[in-house]
Design a protein around this ligand. Structure first.
Ligand code: DUC
Ligand code: ZN
Ligand code: ZN
Length: 482
């Protein structure tokens, strides 16, 4: 069989297997896995690792923050940076503004993404105002292939528990997954005022202002709401040992609960917030950075499978008056934009500190970086694996190259991981058989990436937890969870 492109001589890794083979690609799909394949075009992958392209499932691109501030990265710079970090696909957020219809929200993000992205993309729909007409629009969102929502339990854009239950129920009915930012709003605002009112206003006080207890309380509540509705739930950016334990326990109970953590909670600590002057502002993100004990516990949970994905939570705001200091330089920590970049560093850091240092194996790395996201967000097996018939979304890595982290390809003026020694970097990245990055050079054009119509979340392996009160067999026949 003739192929458009053959990747020859590499070591292939999926979420379950590592083996030597060539990959033959035709019409953007993997057509053949075998030996001695021929094609019009050939990439020599001798000595390289060939893996499913990363899927970045938590990043903020061309999105206004809660403060109304636009991220530094648009879909062009954001997707380019993602590709240089080994990603073939990403799923940023489309954020509903209070009062805005879902149709208008999605049209806004289509306009931001379609002309600019160099890799394939979809969105998670952030719901901030789930009024009855918005809930009525949601079935149409699934028809469009957008099958995940996100809600906040804090910020002005938070939802009530009742609204959260409504969203979980609609998502479950349509096979969707609800993501949640879990921190207790009143605990945070009370702590922040208690600190700032007493003059503790420097960036480092962002950490005590958001205690781990606020995350633990909200995760526990969110899991309870998920269990009540028997609806799948992804707890994003888990940053505490107790939060991770709650996710692990819920999963052991059979609940449809999934967890995500992020590199910043594995490689940075709250002491980074205490850098001289206002440099600590670089490290203001939410939930906040914790400590080295937390890092060890989170790694243990990664290794044992508590977390399905490790995502960057790339939320890029420059260290200038367009970003972190848009409310002025000498302001208290509450007025500094929240978030840090990391879309390009996520996979190299996880490879270097995870695979090279023996904390996880190569197949776990593939699962955490691509396959599990594809399954949970309704893209598997078209994406997230190396299989015949799958999209040729492929990252070719040099597992031995060592670099000191410096400038990235995003639109940022700092890299929070700058100076770290990182071994293992992607050299060539394909989306649907098309080179996006070729031997370290960008070759794709804005708009080359396409929208991915997603399907139902894959919940295999979990049983759900039907409560007696919601089960007609044990609640006198009341059918309430259709
Ligand atoms: N939550 C996120 O998920 N990203 C950036 C800031 C935040 O609070
Ligand atoms: Zn969040
Ligand atoms: Zn985020």
């Amino acid at each position: 069989m003739q192929h458009d492109l053959v990747i020859k001589g590499g070591t292939l890794a999926t979420a379950s297997e590592t083996f030597s083979a060539d990959i033959g690609i035709r019409d953007g799909k993997i057509a053949t896995l075998g030996h001695d394949l021929s094609g019009e075009d050939v990439i020599d992958a001798t000595g390289k690792l060939v893996m499913p392209g990363g899927i970045e499932a938590h990043c903020h691109i061309a999105q206004e923050s809660g403060m109304g501030l636009m991220t530094s990265d648009d879909y062009e710079s954001g997707s380019i940076s993602a590709a240089f970090g080994g990603n073939s696909c990403f799923v940023p957020f489309a954020a509903q503004k209070p009062g805005q219809s879902v149709a208008d929200t999605l049209a806004t993000y289509d306009g931001r993404a379609a002309p600019k992205s160099v890799i394939d993309y979809s969105y998670h729909l952030i719901l901030t105002d789930p009024n009855p007409s918005v809930l009525d629009e949601l079935p149409g969102v699934f028809d469009r292939g957008i099958t995940s929502f996100k809600v906040f339990m804090t910020y002005a854009t938070r939802v009530s528990d009742a609204q959260f239950l409504d969203i979980l129920t609609v998502a479950r009915r349509h096979g969707g997954l609800t993501m949640v930012h879990a921190e207790n709003h009143d605990m945070l605002t009370w702590m922040a005022s208690a600190l700032a009112d007493n003059g503790y206003t420097e960036p480092k006080y962002h950490a005590p202002a958001r205690p781990g207890l606020a995350e633990e309380e909200a995760i526990n509540r969110a899991i309870s709401l998920s269990k009540l509705t028997n609806a799948p739930l992804m707890i994003v950016h888990v940053s505490t040992p107790k939060g991770a334990e709650l996710v692990a326990q819920a999963r052991a109970d059979g609940a449809y609960v999934f967890g995500e953590t992020c590199p910043q909670y594995l490689f940075l600590t709250k002491h980074d917030l205490d850098r001289p002057g206002m440099e600590g502002a670089k490290y203001i993100c939410s939930p906040p950075l914790r400590d080295t004990h937390t890092q060890e516990v989170l790694w243990r949970h990664i290794a044992r499978g508590t977390f399905s994905v490790v995502s960057s939570d790339h939320a890029p705001f420059r260290l200038d008056d367009t970003g972190k200091f848009s409310n002025g330089r000498d302001v208290d920590f509450r007025k500094i934009a929240n978030g840090m970049p990391g879309i390009e560093m996520r996979l190299p850091m996880m490879f270097s500190e995870g695979v090279v240092k023996g904390r996880i194996n190569l197949n776990q790395f593939v699962a955490l970086s691509s396959t599990n996201a594809a399954r949970l967000y309704g893209m598997h097996p078209t994406k997230g694996t190396l299989a015949i018939g799958a999209d040729a979304d492929i990252a070719i890595w040099d597992p031995t190259e060592t670099r000191i982290a410096g400038d990235m390809h995003d639109a940022m003026d700092y890299n929070p991981f700058e100076g770290m020694e990182v071994t293992g970097w992607p050299v060539t990245v394909l989306t649907r058989g098309r080179r996006v990055v070729d031997q370290g050079e960008l070759v794709a054009k804005p708009g080359d990436g396409g929208f991915v119509k997603r399907g139902r979340s894959d919940l295999s392996g979990l049983t759900g937890t039907r409560l007696p009160e919601t089960d007609p067999a044990t609640n006198f026949g009341a059918e309430i969870l259709r």
